[in-house]
Design a protein around this ligand. Structure first.
Ligand code: SF4
Ligand code: SF4
Length: 153
């Protein structure tokens, strides 16, 4: 639920690029670079939340994580559904697929659009680099969406 006046990519581009190059979950840092809670939320609370950059604990980033989808045993490390929990479960094995950032309600649309426009190819390259021969589901989906025939092994 970001603010209507969101973070200007030009002002954060260098640090954002560095964050997206690290093999750790990028969502907490992207959340902190965002504009925070917008005033149009429907939560019934008395506190003024506008500008709050806190994790909401919604768990969207955990549900969408490609690494956790492949290795669900990691989900047993904690029952929490926060960005800190995601960092604990992923560690330095992040695929850099950026789906956690795209799914987070606390990350500005400006940052999400930057990723969609500038990081799609790298996103797929990093993901393919992490896949094992048994992860055929992902490879088949990739080949299907790219319009290429997959050659038999
Ligand atoms: S693998 Fe993807 S969804 Fe999971 S932490 Fe890394 S960038 Fe986020
Ligand atoms: S998707 Fe939800 S749980 Fe994950 S960092 Fe964003 S607000 Fe927190």
């Amino acid at each position: 639920m970001p603010n209507t006046k969101q973070t200007d990519i030009a002002a954060i581009r260098n640090i954002l690029e560095r964050i997206l190059d690290i093999s750790e979950s990028p969502v907490p840092r992207c959340r902190l670079l965002s504009s925070g809670f917008g005033p149009s939320h429907t939560l019934k609370v008395k506190e003024e939340l506008t500008g709050t950059r806190a994790c909401l604990g919604c768990g969207n980033c955990i549900d969408i994580c490609s690494l956790l989808a492949r290795e669900p045993a990691r989900l047993k490390r904690t029952a929490q559904r926060t960005s800190l929990a995601l960092e604990t479960m992923v560690g330095t094995d992040c695929d850099r697929c950026y789906q956690c950032v795209l799914s987070c309600p606390q990350v500005d649309t400006t940052i999400k659009h930057f990723i969609v426009k500038n990081r799609s190819i790298e996103q797929m390259r990093h993901l393919l680099a992490h896949l094992q021969p048994t992860d055929d589901y992902y490879l088949d989906q990739f080949y299907e969406e790219s319009g290429n025939e997959r050659k038999p092994d």
